[in-house]
Design a protein around this ligand. Structure first.
Ligand SMILES: [Zn+2]
Ligand SMILES: [Zn+2]
Length: 269
C-alpha cells in the first residue's frame, strides 16, 4: 500500500523581528568622566542622525551624587517631535547574586529614571566583583571555563530577577577580557539568559562599541522573544546613532547557524 502524499502546505516561517537601528539605547555625556560630549551635543547629534529614540545614560557607582542633576538636565531638554528621549544610568554587576553598584537615588519611575543599564565591567564573583586579571588567575588556578560561564549566566539571571526591567549593556564583553569567548556558552546558557530577559521584562542590548553579544546570542534572544535594543555606547556625539558592526550582527543573527561572534569583535574605542 502506498501512502498518500500529503498536500498540506508548509506553515510560513515567521520572520524574526529585528530591533530598529533608528534607536540608540546607550549614549554617554560628560556626566561620565570618560565621555567628551554634553547632553545638548548628543541631542543635536541624535536629531541630525534622524533617530526616533535615544537613551542618555551615564556611569554611576553607589557613591555617585549627581543623578538628580543629570535627570533634571535631560528632562529640561527641548526635544523635537518624533524623537523620544529617555534617561538612565549605567552601573556594573557586582557578584553572582546579581547585586548592582547603584546609588540610592537611581530609581526608575515618575520623576526619576526610565531605565537602569547594567554592564559586565567586572566578572561577577562569588564574593564580589573579580577584575579580569583576578578572573584569569582563578581560571589558571583550576576554575573551569564551563564553571566560569555558568557563574556569569547565573549572575545575569539573578540580576534580571532581582531588578526586573534592567537593560543588559554590552553583555558578554567580559568574556574576551578573561580569555573566554561566547563560544564557551552552551545553547542552554543562552536560552536561560534570553528567557530570563523575556520573563523579567529586561532588555538585551546589541552594542556597537563592543560588537556584542554576537549573532548566536542575539539569535537566541530573538527566538526567546526577549526585548532587544541597539546601542552605540557612544562617548562622543559624533558616534551617536552610527552603526557599522550592529547591522552585521543582526543580519547574521537572523539566519540559522549564527556564529558566536563577529570577526574583530571587541572594544574599538
Ligand atoms: Zn559599559
Ligand atoms: Zn556605556
Amino acid at each position: 500500500m502506498t501512502a498518500e502524499r500529503s498536500e498540506q502546505p508548509v506553515p510560513p516561517v515567521t520572520p524574526l523581528l529585528l530591533p530598529s537601528t533608528t534607536v540608540d539605547g546607550h549614549v554617554h555625556s560628560t556626566f561620565s568622566d570618560d565621555a567628551v560630549s554634553s547632553v545638548d551635543e548628543n541631542l543635536a547629534a541624535a536629531v541630525a542622525t534622524g533617530l526616533t529614540s535615544v537613551t542618555f545614560v551615564d556611569h554611576v557607582r553607589s557613591t555617585t551624587a549627581w543623578v538628580p542633576e543629570m535627570v533634571a538636565t535631560v528632562r529640561a531638554l527641548s526635544v523635537s517631535e518624533g524623537l523620544e528621549v529617555r534617561c538612565g544610568v549605567e552601573t556594573k554587576l557586582l557578584d553572582v547574586h546579581g547585586r548592582l553598584d547603584l546609588p540610592r537615588d537611581a530609581v526608575v519611575g515618575t520623576g526619576g529614571l526610565d531605565v537602569v543599564l547594567v554592564g559586565d565591567h567586572q566578572f561577577p564573583g562569588t564574593d564580589g566583583p573579580w577584575s579580569p586579571s583576578q578572573t584569569r588567575a582563578r581560571l589558571a588556578d583550576g576554575l573551569s571555563a564551563a564553571d566560569a560561564v555558568d557563574q556569569l549566566v547565573a549572575a545575569s539571571v539573578a540580576a534580571m530577577v532581582a531588578q526586573p526591567g534592567i537593560q543588559l549593556a554590552h553583555w558578554f564583553s567580559i568574556l574576551p577580557k578573561v580569555g573566554l569567548s561566547e563560544a564557551d556558552l552552551t545553547d542552554e546558557h543562552l536560552h536561560a539568559w534570553a528567557s530570563a530577559a523575556r520573563e523579567t521584562g529586561s532588555t538585551l542590548e546589541v552594542n556597537e562599541k563592543w560588537a556584542c553579544p554576537g549573532p548566536r546570542a542575539v539569535r537566541a534572544a530573538l527566538l526567546a522573544g526577549a526585548s532587544l535594543v541597539v546601542a552605540t555606547d557612544s562617548h562622543d556625539a559624533r558616534d551617536v546613532g552610527r552603526y557599522v558592526r550592529v547591522p552585521s550582527i543582526l543580519a547574521a543573527a537572523s539566519v540559522p547557524g549564527a556564529p558566536a561572534a563577529l570577526e574583530g569583535a571587541g572594544d574599538r574605542a
